[in-house]
Write a protein that binds this ligand. Structure first.
Ligand code: FE
Length: 186
């Protein structure tokens, strides 16, 4: 099954990371990895959004979203914003459960695939189901990144990088404010 491969994010040069670390210091090199700074040399072949979800689309006007969301939720999910690193409420959450889209409640990520990437944002190595997200090329801020969106309501969630852990080697770098955690009932 090659859905992930279809939107494959190719390898970052780890040697380049080490070289950056030596040249600019760990902070600069690490920042380049999490932010997708151009000299991180990320190459990928993401296609335009592929809609494979089974739920009907949730479509609302900006005024409707503003009524339903907090200003920060609106800024991140509907304006493609980014929360400040280390500010999100789920960054250190280790409870078992499901992370839903804050806009439409679609199940996006499981606590089972959450890990600490030390980047300041909640990180997952895979979504709960590939059809629940969209991947889209993002060339904003003079960077080349892969944006992650909710496939049902098109909420901006974050970005994907290729420095994640096995088995996918991917890091879904997700804004806490775009998520709603539902704790597992034991
Ligand atoms: Fe959504």
């Amino acid at each position: 099954m090659s859905k992930i491969g279809h939107n494959k994010v190719n390898n970052i040069s780890r040697r380049r990371f080490i070289a950056q670390t030596a040249t600019f210091g760990m902070g600069t090199a690490a920042a380049s990895l999490l932010a997708g700074f151009p000299f991180a040399n990320i190459t990928y072949a993401a296609k335009s959004p592929i809609k494979t979800g089974t739920r009907n689309k949730v479509i609302k006007s900006n005024d409707e979203w503003k009524r339903l969301l907090t200003p920060e939720q609106f800024y991140v999910t509907r304006r493609k914003g980014t929360e400040r690193p280390y500010s999100g409420e789920y960054l250190y959450n280790k409870e078992e459960g499901i992370y839903q889209c804050v806009c439409c409640n679609t199940e996006l990520f499981s606590s089972e695939t959450k890990y600490d990437s030390h980047t300041g944002w909640p990180s997952f190595w895979t979504p709960i189901a590939p059809e629940n997200i969209l991947k889209k090329d993002d060339y904003s801020f003079f960077m080349r990144r892969v944006e992650v969106l909710c496939s049902v309501c098109d909420a901006h969630l974050g970005h994907i990088f290729n420095d994640g852990p096995p088995p996918t080697q991917l890091r879904y770098c997700i804004n806490s404010v775009a998520l709603k955690f539902i704790k597992k009932v034991s």
